[in-house]
Design a protein around this ligand. Structure first.
Ligand code: COA
Length: 315
């Protein structure tokens, strides 16, 4: 169900950016029309507000433009674009086609759906594809979950938001970026979280919570033990942002220094495949990471999928 692999080609992340829609939806906005309260939402999830708006492609394009600018790379020099999403703009073509055309990228592009683990899946895939000769990748997570959430269902409406985050990853023989990774899936858990075509997200919240903690802890522990790293050595933990309590439970069980985990869920809600690159961008821009630091990324989501990667930062 899960596979730990090592020895990926050398790579470095040279650009990063996030894009959030302008419309802020606060807990008070839900309180005004649903049987819920700011106190309940904050206590159970840590979420205070989230952003709604845009489309998966427009948010992805904005994040990609920011990441390209930060990297000093022209879109025409990108030869691989991987867009992780569960909320594509169209059934066909892939949303990455829209982004590719709008930006003027070259080479290959495809969408990847691994739900909220999508960005880590996509990052590992991109670096793996350097083995096949690709040199410069845009990896973007973009989701507009507000479009597939029943805004009248208090059990899900308060949890999700829209956003995108992107990185530029370049092949280099001089730096080992991904020290170890663990991507997996347990398909028997499909019924606890899914969304049918033209339907809304269906979720058994308590069971997802339980499984998410377990899957994240086990996957991250495999990645750490695969390189003989302790949780205390992790300089930055960039988890999927679904629920503050899930993050805190994972940090506690892995022995990670709590101040080293990145938290954006309070301001974004759960942005699915976007949450890890949004959190990474915020932490890097805040100067929380230096060359040589170990970064642990982890995600989990519908499927149920999970993905962890231990990175060594180096620009
Ligand atoms: N406001 C007020 N009450 C709410 C509510 C809301 N927004 N949503 C649910 N409730 C109620 C439930 O109806 C239930 O009421 P009942 O006891 O009368 O039946 C009660 O709160 C407790 O529900 P429960 O689901 O047991 O609460 P919880 O502590 O597990 O918290 C979640 C609910 C959804 C916040 C939590 O389970 C969770 O975060 N799960 C993981 C979700 C997730 O991460 N999904 C995405 C994965 S990528």
């Amino acid at each position: 169900m899960s596979g730990l692999r090592q020895s990926l080609p050398g790579a470095t992340i040279t650009g990063w950016a996030a894009a959030l829609p302008d419309t802020v939806v606060t807990n008070a906005d839900f309180e005004a029309r649903l049987d819920t309260s700011d106190a309940w939402i904050v206590e159970r999830t840590g979420i205070r507000e989230r952003r709604f708006g845009g489309t998966t492609s427009t948010l992805a394009i904005e994040a990609c433009r920011g990441a390209l600018k930060r990297a000093g790379v022209e879109a025409g020099d990108v030869d691989l674009l991987i867009l992780a999403t569960t909320t594509p703009d169209k059934r066909v073509p892939a949303t990455s086609s829209i982004v590719h055309a709008e930006l003027g990228c070259r080479g290959a592009a495809f969408d990847l759906n691994a739900a909220c683990a999508g960005f880590v899946y996509a990052l590992v895939t991109a670096v793996s594809m350097f083995q096949a000769g690709f040199r410069r990748a845009l990896v973007v997570g973009s989701d507009t979950l507000s479009r597939i959430t029943d805004q009248d269902d208090r059990g899900t409406a308060v949890l999700f938001g829209d956003g995108a985050g992107a990185v530029v990853v370049e092949a280099t023989p001089d730096h080992e970026l991904i020290l170890s990774h663990d991507l997996g899936l347990d398909g028997s858990l499909l019924p606890i979280l899914y969304c049918n075509h033209a339907g809304y997200i269906q979720m058994e919240g308590r069971e997802v919570y339980r499984r998410a903690v377990r899957a994240t802890v086990e996957s991250a522990a495999r990645v750490l033990s695969g390189t003989g790293t302790s949780g205390a050595e992790v300089k930055l933990f960039v988890p999927h942002q679904a629920n503050r309590r899930i993050i805190d439970a994972v940090v506690d069980r892995l022995g990670i220094v709590p101040e080293r985990s990145v938290i954006v869920v309070d301001r974004t809600g759960n942005t699915s495949a976007s949450s890890v690159p949004i959190a990474l961008t915020e932490a890097v821009e805040a100067g929380r990471v230096e060359d040589g630091d170990l970064i642990l990324m982890s995600g989990f989501g519908a499927g149920m999928t999970w993905a962890s990667a231990l990175l060594r930062w180096g620009t």
